[in-house]
Ligand binder design. Structure first.
Ligand code: ZN
Length: 308
């Protein structure tokens, strides 16, 4: 078995306007670079999915508002920095479809694990709110899909994006089937993510770290992620894979190097192997320096490939 890459070209029509950091080039550079592994990877497109799975995470009303928000031309703003254009609809639904395809592929043993190279990202999106470039919470839809369709009872979401995934935390705050773990710069956007936010069932672990956090400091703190995973013994691991903790990223102030994303992925997958036969799916969140993003995703996917 190998690693699946779930992607499609609709992301390129999600136009966020000139100068917006969450832009189409982010995903095209990742895909161009991953082509060097072409023969080792299985490339798949997102499937069309039943909207009932989207509506477990988001309210009917919110889904309807979003579906009607895509303009016929020009731009429309869902919040100060979340922009949609005519092509955003397909991209947004394909981002959700990608995690569903990835999960089906892992469970049906088409591949061992998978990375979804898609946009828009999702972890800031709450049940009824778009924010921070995020429209639907892709990873949350994935976790709820595992619970609803496959009857899983223990899903871990590991969010290593430099920003706190307020949306994911909000959606699962009182859901004992989902463990949400986030490492992030704090205090920082979006404001949430203190270590006092623990979830109703102690199912949230926030690891706030200061601006300037180095590779060594980060990987030391990551031991707490692994400790919590060992206690929880997940049946499936989802990664909210943001690469904006990289030292070259313009949107935050961590100092990680590209190789650190290999190390953290490898350490996590060693546990995935013990508890859930390595079953894991990763989906792109942030990462705004194109070269750092290209290198870091290569490192992340290399670690996924090693665990086949
Ligand atoms: Zn981020």
């Amino acid at each position: 078995m190998t690693t699946g890459i779930i992607t499609t070209n609709t992301f390129s029509n999600h136009n966020t306007g000139l100068g917006h950091p969450e832009r189409a080039d982010r995903v095209s550079v990742i895909i161009d670079n991953l082509k060097k592994f072409e023969k080792k990877l299985i490339w798949r497109k997102p499937v069309a999915f039943d909207k009932k799975f989207l509506k477990i995470t988001h309210s009917n009303k919110y889904v309807e508002i979003i579906e009607n928000s895509f303009p016929k031309k020009g731009f429309s703003y869902l919040d100060g920095d979340t922009v949609v254009s005519p092509g955003s609809k397909e991209a947004t639904f394909d981002a959700v479809g990608s995690i569903i395809s990835a999960i089906d592929g892992v469970i049906n043993k088409n591949f061992k694990n998978a990375f979804c190279a898609v946009r828009p990202p999702g972890h800031h999106s709450e049940q009824e709110k778009a924010m921070g470039f995020c429209i639907f919470n892709n990873v949350a839809v994935g976790a709820n899909y595992l619970i609803s369709k496959y009857k899983y009872k223990k899903i871990a979401i590991i969010d290593f994006d430099v920003h706190h995934g307020n949306g994911t935390q909000d959606i699962f705050y009182d859901n004992e089937k989902v463990l949400y773990i986030s490492t992030h710069q704090y205090p920082y956007y979006p404001g949430s993510g203190s270590d006092k936010e623990k979830g109703k069932y102690n199912n949230i672990l926030n690891i706030p770290l200061p601006a300037g956090t180095t590779s060594e400091e980060y990987l030391n703190a990551y031991e707490f992620v692994l400790k919590k995973l060992k206690e929880f013994k997940p049946q499936f691991i989802l990664f909210s894979a943001g690469f904006d903790a990289h030292k070259d990223d313009p949107l935050a102030q961590f100092q990680l190097k590209s190789k650190d994303f290999y190390d953290l992925t490898k350490r996590t997958l060693s546990l995935a192997k013990l508890y859930c036969d390595g079953k894991s799916v990763s989906i792109l969140e942030g990462g705004y320096d194109l070269i750092a993003l290209q290198e870091s995703t290569e490192m992340h996917v290399s670690a996924l490939l090693e665990f086949n």
